[in-house]
Design a protein around this ligand. Structure first.
Ligand SMILES: Nc1nc2c(ncn2[C@@H]2O[C@H](COP(=O)(O)OP(=O)(O)O)[C@@H](O)[C@H]2O)c(=O)[nH]1
Ligand SMILES: [Mg+2]
Length: 457
């Protein structure tokens, strides 16, 4: 099936159409039509036809004399459109009937239903976006947290692409130095100094490593932070879990029984999405944690980014912390539960502790804020200038590029391999980057050799 889609999606001469908004009841829907015949096809159904590109026009949408809607129609003449081709955007009324009837009319006049992602794919093929930016669009649509939103927007803006293009240029320049060394060893200037080559190699290695250093933070952004709720039975953990789900404006997913011993739900509240984990219940066990009367999902404890140590009393919290501290490397937030029942004198106030009531909602917002800042403090300290790696494809490519550059460096320093053989690793690293950004052009190396070294002198 995916092959079938790909072969259809490859046909650039087709004019494609789709409803860009989710199906269902809604005030408006957006229908997009793009391709070489977009204007000719739409014209049969839109009256009056907009006289200018990029100016919204209220028109009637019709089919065979039948009125389908009154809608706002905007033309984008290629190449100044998202896809690069002539594009018509119709903002119609929403709902189950209107948008579909308009698409049907356009299809009968020659447009084809777009395959998933086909508008963006065209944008890439027409050079409007690179592959990384196209991926960013999908990340933006899938974003479950502000952090993911910002990371995707940075990537869409070309933040990552620029870094990788620079990296590729640096690698090609290094290849050129080696090539010069190979081709003109008897030049007056002598071969390129070993220090210069080592320096350039170090720079490249450093940049690759700094990009890869964002992987843990990027993973957190993409996957969400695992927040484990621990404490004695009856402490109010499940109530807190439910109250936090209710509190967060966006419950993204609820995953019952991801493991048999815990409930997990993803909520988006602050910068990060949180994967809240509640221990489902106490079972007969020889597990020392449970024998001590502390409920916590062991399986999640080692994966936790934050642990909430919940109990009604100071002693209960201390005991919980003592039990889990050695098992969890993650920061622990002491949480006093059921504060609606606690008299003022018994309220605890340690640094970073939070008092909550699942019953009244007191402290819940505070707790979400503390979780957010704890995560940011512990895991979010990455260079804000660095684009964050959140995509497995990117991480894999940059790791292989780094491995190639390190292989080059080793054989170059050891002077074990002749330069032409060592430089094979550089070529491989360049190729990996080119695949990553979707541009493969070997001619660049030659351009660089001539440009940098004035061979004609
Ligand atoms: N008054 C009050 N009761 C609570 C609160 N949170 C939980 N409870 C009660 O405490 C009992 C145990 O709660 P539960 O969430 O099941 O605790 P768990 O065993 O730690 O998951 C239940 O009867 C809850 O109604 C709270 O904030 N205020
Ligand atoms: Mg419970």
């Amino acid at each position: 099936m995916s092959n079938g889609l790909r072969s259809v999606a490859g046909r650039l001469e087709d004019t494609i159409v789709a409803v860009a908004t989710p199906a269902g009841r809604g005030a408006l829907a957006v229908i997009r039509l793009t391709g070489p015949d977009a204007f000719a096809i739409a014209r049969k159904h839109v009256t009056p036809w907009p006289t200018r590109s990029r100016v919204a026009q209220l028109s009637t949408i019709h089919r065979d004399g039948d009125m389908l809607d009154q809608a706002i129609v905007t033309l984008y003449a290629g190449p100044d459109s998202f896809s690069g081709d002539d594009t018509v955007e119709i903002s119609s009324h929403g709902g189950f009937v209107v948008p579909v009837s308009i698409v049907a009319a356009l299809t009968l006049s020659g447009a084809r239903q777009a395959a998933p992602g086909e508008f963006t794919r065209r944008a890439v093929l027409n050079g409007k976006l690179d592959i990384l930016q196209a991926e960013a669009i999908s990340d933006l649509v899938d974003a479950r947290s502000h952090a993911m939103q910002h990371t995707a927007l940075n990537q869409l803006d070309g933040g990552l692409s620029r870094r990788l293009l620079k990296l590729r240029e640096d690698l090609i320049a290094l290849e050129a130095m080696i090539a010069y060394d190979i081709d003109f060893p008897e030049e007056d200037d002598g071969p390129v100094s070993r220090e210069r080559i080592s320096g350039a190699t170090d720079n490249i290695t450093r940049l690759l490593k700094s990009l890869l250093s964002t992987v843990p933070a990027g993973e957190l952004v993409r996957e969400g932070a695992v927040v484990v709720i621990a404490g004695p039975p009856n402490a109010g953990k499940s109530s807190l879990f439910n109250a936090l789900l209710g509190k967060s404006r966006a419950i993204v997913t609820e995953i019952p029984g991801t493991t048999r011993d815990a409930l997990e739900a993803v909520i988006g509240s602050g910068r990060y999405s949180l994967r809240l984990v509640d221990t489902a219940g106490l079972r007969e066990t020889v597990d020392p944690i449970e024998r001590l009367g502390i409920e916590v999902s062991e399986r999640y404890l080692s994966a936790a980014q934050v642990v909430l140590a919940c109990a009604e009393t100071k002693m209960g919290i201390e005991r919980t912390i003592a039990t889990i501290a050695e098992k969890a490397g993650a920061p622990i937030i002491p949480v006093q539960t059921k504060v609606d029942l606690v008299t003022n004198g018994d309220k605890i106030s340690w640094p970073n502790s939070v008092a909550v009531s699942a019953e009244t909602g007191v402290g819940l917002q505070d707790l979400l804020g503390t979780i957010d800042s704890t995560i940011a403090e512990r895991y979010g300290q990455v260079d804000p200038d660095l684009p964050m790696l959140t995509n497995a494809r990117h991480i894999h490519a940059l790791k292989s590029a780094l491995a190639e550059v390190e292989d080059f460096e080793r054989s170059w320093r050891a002077e074990k391999l002749p330069a032409p053989v060592a430089s094979v690793h550089l070529r491989a690293a360049v190729y990996v980057l080119e695949e990553l950004i979707g541009a493969v052009d070997i001619e660049d190396v030659f351009d660089q050799v001539f440009k940098t070294f004035c061979v004609g002198k």
